[in-house]
Design a binder for this molecule. Structure first.
Ligand code: FRU
Length: 492
């Protein structure tokens, strides 16, 4: 084991002990100590689901990237494993950036971006991003003797050697494929495809998808590509993307393209991009296929530009709950993994409750909860324009979800959630008018709120720094509103 890896492993054991567990999420993966970002290597190996992540144990901020590691049997209860990779080689000395994992020959193969620098003829140093391989047993990993396995020199001439990262790997009919995020002098944002018979020697196949109109950001980070329903789906996270209507409000966005893939010619005809999440804190999602056929996705529950943490915290960064994906009626639907239902306790439910100016319901409160609120669309409940839910509330704090029934807009406002920096606090989401009731399922895990709208037709993910004592829930309506409410504590 290298000195750097050993140092990280010892440090995280020692320091994680000093972090109060009550300030951490209970059923979302979070930084053991220090900083985490993108999920990496989300995959099944020997019957367990593994999750690695971009990790800098030594400070609360981004730094030389390691790969942290957690494992689970049900995607709710996670076990911390020792740091998997450290930036300890010449070819990755500036960082082990994002990547993926696959089971091959009974071992777990990790493919990641090794970041290093190269001296140019004029003496200046320039970043180089290349794809590297490591092998392991589910806990300890050894980097391949011959690394990198894919370099920027294998790309067409005008492609960037500086921005060439985040390999996602899969196997199809005995051949391995890898897509990597990239850009070129002419195309801001593209995804390139490679193939291999043995994971060690790779060939460039094609540019699978590109930002030909220039409207979809400048560099496509963290691509993923997989069949879903009767489509193929490309996910990526374009940096610096402009908002369009009610889509793409996060600056650095995560989007998907549904389309048709010809697996012989490697062509992908894609539809227009769609936001994967409409909240504030969602980036760099990655998916895996479970043995039972479910395609599940997990994302970094944070944004690059916002810092929403308690100032005293020594850790920063969490993951979303893994979400089951489905493609139907021309779009992706997301639901929290069904295993979360095994941890539901203290259920209570209310039917046809009339909401006036202000209403609280006995038993409906908490900060580790699974709460569904249905705003009924009945003739006698059509009185008001605005319906509001306050979560994580007390005299000092609140986070507001306000639905305007005429405009079909849902507004999230975390201005009073305890943020003490200049961060984005208000977001508006357009809800397609189905003529039916509005169904909102909120999953709270202390400092996060994941909202699944209308059975996962849309989602909105929000981090709040609110002290956990603020656990009240209030309902308001400016006219008459009827609601159904179902609430469970999530107890591990
Ligand atoms: C996305 C990203 C990746 C990169 C990693 C570095 O959030 O910028 O493109 O591999 O983070 O930590």
């Amino acid at each position: 084991m290298s000195e750097k890896l050993e140092k990280a492993r010892l440090y995280e054991i020692k320091e994680a002990e000093n972090i109060p567990q009550e300030e951490k999420p209970a059923f979302h993966v979070s930084a053991p100590v220090g900083w985490i970002n993108d999920p990496n290597g989300f995959s099944v190996f020997k019957g367990k689901v593994h999750l690695f992540y971009q990790y800098h144990p030594y400070s609360r901020d981004w730094g030389p990237m390691h790969w942290g590691h957690s494992v689970t049997e049900d995607m709710v209860r996670w076990e911390q494993l020792p740091t998997a990779l450290a930036p300890d080689q010449e070819y990755d000395r500036e960082g082990c950036f994002s990547g993926s994992a696959i089971e091959a020959d009974g071992k777990q193969a990790l493919i990641y971006t090794g970041v290093t620098t190269e001296k140019l003829p004029d003496g200046k140093e320039e970043i180089r991003q290349n794809q590297c391989l490591a092998w392991g047993d589910g806990k300890d990993y050894v980097k391949a003797e011959k690394n990198p396995v894919v370099t920027g020199d294998m790309l067409p001439e005008k492609c960037s050697r500086v921005d060439f990262r985040d390999p996602k790997i899969w196997e199809d009919n005995g051949t391995y494929y890898m897509i990597v995020g990239s850009r070129s002098e002419e195309i801001p944002g593209q995804v390139v495809l490679f193939s291999s018979e043995n994971l060690k020697e790779w060939e460039f196949e094609t540019i699978l998808a590109e930002n030909s109109t220039g409207e979809i950001g400048v560099m496509w980070e963290c691509p993923d590509f997989f069949p879903l329903g009767n489509k193929h789906v490309l996910i990526c996270s374009p940096q610096h993307m402009r908002a369009k209507g009610y889509e793409f409000h996060n600056g650095h966005n995560s989007v998907y393209f549904a389309g048709e893939y010809d697996s012989e010619k490697h062509t992908f005809e894609k539809d227009a991009p769609v936001s994967l999440d409409y909240g504030f804190d969602f980036y760099a999602p990655q998916t895996t296929l479970l043995p039972d056929g479910r395609r599940v996705m997990i994302a970094w529950m944070k944004s690059w530009d916002n810092c929403v943490i308690n100032e005293k915290q020594r850790w920063q960064g969490m993951m979303t709950l893994p979400r089951e994906l489905e493609y139907r009626d021309g779009r992706i639907w997301q639901q929290p993994v069904r295993e979360i239902e095994n941890y539901r306790k203290n259920g209570c439910s209310y039917q046809n409750v009339e909401v006036g100016e202000s209403l609280s319901l006995e038993g409906v409160q908490g900060r580790m909860i699974d709460l569904t609120v249905e705003l009924l669309n009945t003739a006698d409940a059509a009185g008001g324009d605005e319906f509001q839910i306050e979560l994580a509330r007390n005299e000092e704090y609140t986070t507001l979800f306000t639905y305007n029934r005429k405009k079909h807009l849902l507004e999230i406002d975390r201005t009073w959630s305890g943020v003490v920096r200049d961060v984005t606090c208000v977001r508006k989401i357009r809800i397609p008018d189905s003529g039916k009731s509005l169904k909102l399922r909120f999953i709270l895990d202390r400092s996060s709120i994941e909202l699944f709208i209308n059975d996962g037709c849309q989602t909105a993910t929000t981090v709040i720094p609110t002290p956990v004592e603020a656990d009240e829930i209030l309902f308001h309506s400016d006219g008459k509103a009827l609601i159904n409410v179902e609430k469970y504590d999530v107890v591990l």
